[in-house]
Design a binder for this molecule. Structure first.
Ligand code: A3P
Length: 345
């Protein structure tokens, strides 16, 4: 009798346990699917009262859901027609600077419900072969979006490539241009570190940074070294200014984007005439990575790939001093032109 009661109790406990696990699994699945199918509720909920410049809920609804699927190429023609999705030319481009934090900036702006990013670097304007394919080819490379959303792409090579300003101007003379800069010497070392890693991956040897950055014959800064030239921001910007007025550029402080991203992003929202939607909730510091990571909603968050935030090699202090002295007058000119001053040494 006792044995029978115990067996019955065990059976009841089993049924209850299964029910509890089942409910839990259902809840997890529901929350998981929220990321793909539901509005950006946790973020949207904190938006506060809706103003006239609000993004319609429909856009939020599909921002992380269907649009995501569509961008992966899973959209049927019917779905595109049904949701009135379009592939739009970018309204803003992150034109550089390489290693300035261009990926972080693009990914962080993509937190905004009205922004849709082109995931890959398209290299349309700097690559002659791509450019020859025409603007329609470029547009078709863009992600699907709602007509009221803006598309942003980033290709850091644009900033330093001679032909690009004119080509972009011909496509859209009122386009908004974003440039993210870092202290020039640090940026040059970061640039070197990326190339070094590539060489090491192929089991190749490479010169030390000092050897590349300083001309051994003159002991002066080697201005032929690309990593050095790219950091002379003012020289490149001056070429762009032949086509676009300074008001069409916004300079992002890449060093501050690392330590304190939100105020930098808020300045970009303003520049792009977007309602402020990115908040501290969307950005959390990940101590293991040593960087801010992105929180889209309660279940979806991500950090940038490991290739962002490499450890730089030690560089001789005398070389650093020499480089900083070299960049100094160019930096002053850059501050003067852009109206944005940095505490670069
Ligand atoms: P380092 O690798 O030198 O640290 P880009 O995307 O233009 O190649 O820039 C890469 C740089 O972005 C990295 O340079 C890193 O410092 C910076 N960065 C800025 N915010 C970051 C973030 N949240 N996560 C990772 N890297 C970030």
């Amino acid at each position: 009798m006792l044995f029978k009661q115990q067996a019955l109790l065990r059976q009841k406990l089993f049924v209850l346990g299964s029910l509890a696990i089942g409910s839990l699994l259902y809840l997890v699945a529901r929350v998981g699917s929220l990321d793909r199918l539901q509005p950006l509720c946790p973020i949207d909920g904190r938006f506060g009262p809706r103003g006239q410049d609000e993004i319609p809920l429909r856009a939020l609804q599909f921002k992380r859901g269907l649009l995501h699927e569509f961008r992966k190429g899973n959209a049927t023609k019917e779905q595109i027609r049904l949701h009135n999705l379009v592939q739009q030319l970018p309204k803003a481009i992150i034109i550089g600077v390489r290693k300035g934090g261009t990926r972080a900036l693009l990914e962080m702006l993509n937190l905004h419900p009205a922004v849709v990013k082109a995931s890959q670097e398209i290299h349309f304007f700097d690559n002659d072969e791509n450019y020859a394919k025409g603007t329609e080819w470029y547009r078709k490379k863009m992600p699907f979006s709602y007509p009221h959303q803006i598309t942003i792409e980033k290709s850091p090579a644009y900033f330093i490539t001679e032909e690009v300003p004119e080509r972009i101007y011909k496509m859209n003379s009122s386009i908004k241009l974003l440039i993210i800069v870092r202290e020039p010497t640090t940026r040059a070392i970061s640039d070197y570190t990326q190339v070094l890693e590539g060489k090491e991956r192929k089991n190749k040897t490479y010169y030390k940074f000092e050897k590349l950055a300083i001309d051994p014959n003159t002991c002066e800064v080697n201005t032929k070294y690309k990593a050095v030239r790219t950091s002379i921001y003012t020289k490149h910007l001056e070429r762009w200014l032949k086509y676009f007025p300074i008001e069409q550029f916004h300079i992002v402080d890449g060093d501050r984007l690392i330590t304190e991203p939100l105020p930098e992003l808020q300045l970009v929202e303003k520049f792009l005439n977007l309602p402020p939607r990115i908040s501290q909730y969307n950005l959390y510091f990940n101590a293991t990575r040593g960087f801010y990571c992105l929180r889209f909603n309660i279940v979806f968050n991500k950090c940038l790939a490991g290739s962002k935030g490499r450890i730089h090699p030690e560089v001789d202090t005398s070389v650093i001093t020499k480089l900083r002295k070299f960049f100094h007058p160019f930096n002053q000119k850059f501050y003067q032109i852009t109206g944005r001053t940095f505490n670069w040494p």
